[in-house]
Design a protein around this ligand. Structure first.
Ligand code: ADP
Ligand code: MG
Length: 265
């Protein structure tokens, strides 16, 4: 079923306060996979490390404008986004400047909804907006959660994974009751998965018991090509289309799209 012209973008915050779980890898490669499927995609880099920006082939050191100006001044999203040639999507880029935004936003009005307000005029121009969150439950992440329809939570299946998850789920609940009643958990994504690792299998089983159909069927395997691609400024689909990592992110895009066409499930 194709979406009607006026259907606003689905906004997904890719988030987990733990670092190194595959948020940026997921945001970049899912954006590219959705673009390959003909979707109009905007990737928003909300991490001052700018890894999603660089991984999309956009030089974070040479930005004229970034998401920082969009949050802090009157620069519009459209004035700041750039096109990723390697990814086939648009990027609202970030660099170290964004680290100051947390402090500077505190005294501004609507500090939690500045990203949502900036995106409102452009929602009709995309099918998906994916937000790469920083590894913290800070004001930047709260801005992502206020702007989002749903969160996608990448996680490694290791011993402490479930502990951090309850903090995140509580934050989602708090944002839902105070700031954004429509926020949902889109799904939990198992990343860097090694099926030969018994502990990973056990944690994966526990996840499915607790979260049932909130766990994506698609599993992202540990794949060295996924780790190599960012140093070339390329999503995996551009770097090595036949790799297991590329196939996994294409499958994830397919799973996401099939969910969209079944509202209420
Ligand atoms: P986060 O954004 O959550 O901090 P990243 O996406 O930057 O996590 O991933 C952390 C590191 O692990 C990076 O070096 C990345 O290249 C690597 N990585 C991520 N996913 C995979 C994977 N499926 N297989 C192998 N390496 C991966
Ligand atoms: Mg990251």
């Amino acid at each position: 079923m194709s979406a009607p012209q006026s259907c606003p973008a689905k906004v997904l915050a890719v988030t987990n306060q733990k670092g190194g779980v595959g948020k940026t890898t997921t945001t970049v490669n899912l954006a590219a996979a959705l673009a390959t499927a003909g979707q109009r995609v905007l990737l928003i880099d909300l991490d001052p490390q700018g890894n999603a920006t660089m991984g999309s082939g956009v030089d974070k050191r040479a930005l004229k404008r970034s998401v920082y100006q969009v949050l802090l001044s009157s620069v519009s999203a459209e004035e700041a986004w750039v096109h990723s040639e390697n990814g086939g999507y648009h990027v609202l880029p970030a660099n170290r400047e964004l680290a100051g935004a947390e402090v500077e936003m505190v005294d501004l009005s609507n500090r939690e909804t500045r990203l949502r307000d900036a995106l409102a005029p452009v929602l009709d121009r995309f099918d998906f907006i994916l937000i790469d969150c920083p590894p913290a439950l800070n004001l930047l992440t709260v801005n992502a959660l206020c702007a989002a329809d749903a969160v996608m939570i990448p996680m490694q299946c290791e011993y402490y994974a479930l502990e951090g998850l309850s903090d995140l789920v509580n934050t989602v609940k708090r944002v839902r009751s105070h700031l954004n009643p429509r926020l949902e958990i889109e799904g939990l994504l198992r990343t860097m998965f090694d099926p030969r690792n018994t502990l990973a299998q056990q944690v994966s089983d526990q996840l499915q018991q607790h979260f049932v159909d909130k766990v994506y069927r698609t599993v992202i395997p540990r794949n060295i090509r996924l780790a190599e691609a960012p140093s070339y400024g390329m999503p995996i689909l551009r770097y090595d289309r036949q790799s297991k990592g590329a196939l996994a992110y294409l499958a994830l895009a397919g799973e996401l799209l099939s969910k969209q066409s079944k509202p209420g499930t």
